[in-house]
Design a binder for this molecule. Structure first.
Ligand SMILES: [Zn+2]
Length: 325
């Protein structure tokens, strides 16, 4: 198949010549080349295998979790663990860990294949987050820090194909939250100019002659349709010309963000479940990881004792649970 760069180049060529995308192993095909191309470029191919499948044992021999080779070697290099088996690399801790991590969760203990869970391809793998980062970043730490279950290997083509469907669900969710679908604006010349004017004002406004400064403010006022506030100039500066969004779009994102932040924990779990189910329903993965579960719940979420322990470790900054997973 060649490298990703070669495939993308070939894809670009095919799309331009015959108006289609190169063969995708998944039945779901993309309608437009640019989306596929742009999405593929957004998901970096993993240089190292996603799963190292090394094993960490507790001092009493209980299997604690799987990890990558780097972590297993880290314990060995610091004499914190002894080498038990070379292949798969298995190390036994010489100290009692603060928690037993996910030692009783078969998903975390199972060997995981480095292949696309949808089509089975083994090259050009990316990490797919079942719950998009846009939402996940707002979750409380106890949920956010245990999200490895929701990260699965997917090849570029399948990833890009799912992105199209994922976008539709995002819009639907926002609508249910009471926000109309994210408006799409064609970038006008004014949209391109506003961030540049704001940048000039913020970073050079104090140094430029008053006449020039007033001229820029007048231009920005004309573009926005009102006198820009300090905050507005500041927020416009943070958007590059490429990423510039219309103020209404920024408002939409703020509204959805607030709605997610205000979700209760049961609502968040249901939210995650919905995204997992969506991925399964849309992509129909043939090689889903063993014990991966749409209804997945961590012990720390359901067991008050495990939760208290996790919170205590988290507060101390010694979050062994997340360290071990
Ligand atoms: Zn695939």
């Amino acid at each position: 198949m060649g490298t990703l760069a070669q495939r993308l180049e070939q894809g670009a060529h095919n799309a331009l010549v015959v108006g289609s995308i190169p063969s995708c192993p998944n039945k779901l095909r993309l309608q437009k080349f640019p989306t596929w191309y742009n999405n593929a470029m957004r998901h970096p191919t993993q240089k190292e295998p996603i799963y190292g499948n090394c094993i960490i044992l507790a001092p009493d021999g209980q299997m604690l979790c799987r990890c990558d080779i780097k972590k297993a070697k880290w314990y060995l290099s610091r004499d914190l663990a002894s080498l038990e088996i070379e292949n798969p690399l298995t190390v036994k801790l010489k100290f009692e860990p603060k928690g037993r991590g996910a030692a009783d969760d078969p998903y975390y203990l199972a060997e995981k294949a480095n292949r696309c869970v949808v089509c089975g391809r083994e090259d050009g793998l990316t990490k797919h987050h079942a719950v998009p980062y846009f939402f996940r970043k707002m979750f409380p730490p106890i949920i956010k820090n245990h999200s490895s279950h929701d990260v699965v290997p997917v090849c570029h083509e399948c990833h890009a194909a799912y992105e199209v469907e994922s976008q539709k669900l995002r819009m639907q969710i926002a609508e249910e939250m009471g926000y109309t679908p994210q408006p799409k604006y064609k970038k006008s010349r004014n949209d391109m100019i506003a961030p540049k004017l704001a940048f000039a004002l913020k970073h050079h406004g104090n140094k430029m002659p008053e006449v020039r400064k007033n001229e820029l403010i007048a231009k920005l006022t004309a573009v926005l349709g009102h006198n820009p506030t300090e905050d507005e100039i500041h927020s416009l500066c943070r958007t590059t010309t490429k990423k510039y969004s219309h103020p209404e779009v920024i408002g939409w994102i703020a509204g959805v963000t607030e709605a997610v932040i205000n979700m209760t924990e049961p609502e968040l779990h249901a939210f995650c479940k919905r995204w997992r189910q969506h991925f399964i329903s849309v992509m129909k993965p043939k090689y889903m990881l063993q014990h991966w579960d749409v209804n997945h719940m961590r012990k720390e979420w359901t067991d008050p004792v495990a939760r208290e322990k996790w919170e205590s470790n988290f507060k101390k900054g010694h979050n062994e649970a997340s360290e071990i997973n």
